[in-house]
Design a binder for this molecule. Structure first.
Ligand SMILES: C[S@@+](CC[C@H](N)C(=O)[O-])C[C@H]1O[C@@H](n2cnc3c(N)ncnc32)[C@H](O)[C@@H]1O
Length: 275
């Protein structure tokens, strides 16, 4: 696996962003993971430090009034088989409080972003409108919608349904969209299937998809994922020569992310082993 080289000199932007965050759970070369609550950690980020907020928060989709849908191990693994992927927290909010909560962490990230920084947030069909509101409430100018087509194996509750085959990535910028000369325009739609060997989280995103999305970060620039889970954004950043900081509440997922990053830095993609 080829790995693009980033500028290995001490990166002032990356060092400044970490300055008040305390001891990382894991750090290696250009990537740092902090374990804790994103609202608490994000409040310690300095202004003007980040090139892109790229994240995949708990969607809290269908959580209201339905205890089953607020339990990720039942919601995302309907067969009941988690295959050893740990469950995770934060997926319980109803739509109103989800919007309020998202606007809080997005506005914290907005403060930490540079002018013209990108904001890319994953969401499903059910919470899409809510997330578009939250992105704007958080301060970003909403600029468009990227679709991620997961393919024909995506779930349909029964035959009468059109498959829930796509997830969405509403995107925006802090002020004007930068006029890039070295890369872009970026595709607005991606058809990339989920490979079980590349899925280390119940809701893990494909590494090749995240490699496409981190292209909005300048080479050697800094990506920020406040819900990094198994670390797919961070692995993609390694592979594409970007710096990255991730926050994650679950110790188990911090550990999984760290192992994946170490492998990527050796030039390997760690394979998920089912249990
Ligand atoms: C949808 S998953 C991210 C999956 C990731 N994209 C991947 O490919 O592995 C969201 C993650 O956010 C974490 N999380 C939930 N609430 C959090 C909070 N308040 N602070 C930090 N992390 C949180 C969960 O533990 C979960 O791992």
């Amino acid at each position: 696996m080829a790995r693009k080289q980033s500028n290995r000199r001490k990166n002032k932007q990356y060092e400044a962003a970490k300055k008040n965050l305390g001891k990382p759970f894991f750090e290696s070369k250009e990537i740092a993971i902090y374990q804790g609550d994103t609202l608490e950690l994000s409040s310690k980020l300095p202004a003007n430090a980040i090139d892109a907020l790229i994240t995949d928060p708990p969607y809290c989709s269908g959580a209201a009034g339905c205890a089953v849908m607020a339990d990720p191990s039942k919601k995302y693994c309907q067969s009941g088989k988690t295959l050893g992927r740990p469950s995770f927290g934060g997926d319980f909010r109803d739509q109103r409080s989800f919007k309020y909560w998202c606007s809080l962490w997005i506005s914290q990230a907005f403060n930490a972003c540079k002018d013209s920084a990108y904001c890319l947030v994953f969401i499903d069909w059910r919470q899409l409108a809510t997330m578009i509101d939250a992105i704007q409430a958080g301060g970003f100018c909403y600029k468009g919608l990227i679709s991620w087509d997961k393919g024909g194996s995506a779930r349909a509750p029964h035959k009468g349904y059109f498959r829930h085959q796509c997830e969405f990535i509403p995107w925006g910028t802090k002020g004007i969209v930068p006029r890039l000369t070295d890369r872009g325009p970026f595709a607005g739609s991606y058809s990339i299937g989920v490979k079980q060997t590349d899925k280390h989280h119940m809701t893990g995103k494909p590494t090749p998809l995240m490699q496409k999305l981190v292209q909005c970060v300048p080479s050697g620039g800094l990506a920020f994922d406040p819900f990094c889970g198994s670390g797919t954004t961070l692995v993609a950043s390694v592979l594409e020569g970007r710096y990255a900081i991730g926050f994650e509440a679950s110790e188990q997922y911090c550990e999984i992310a760290a192992r994946r990053i170490e492998a990527a830095q050796r030039g390997e993609l760690l394979k998920f082993q089912k249990q």
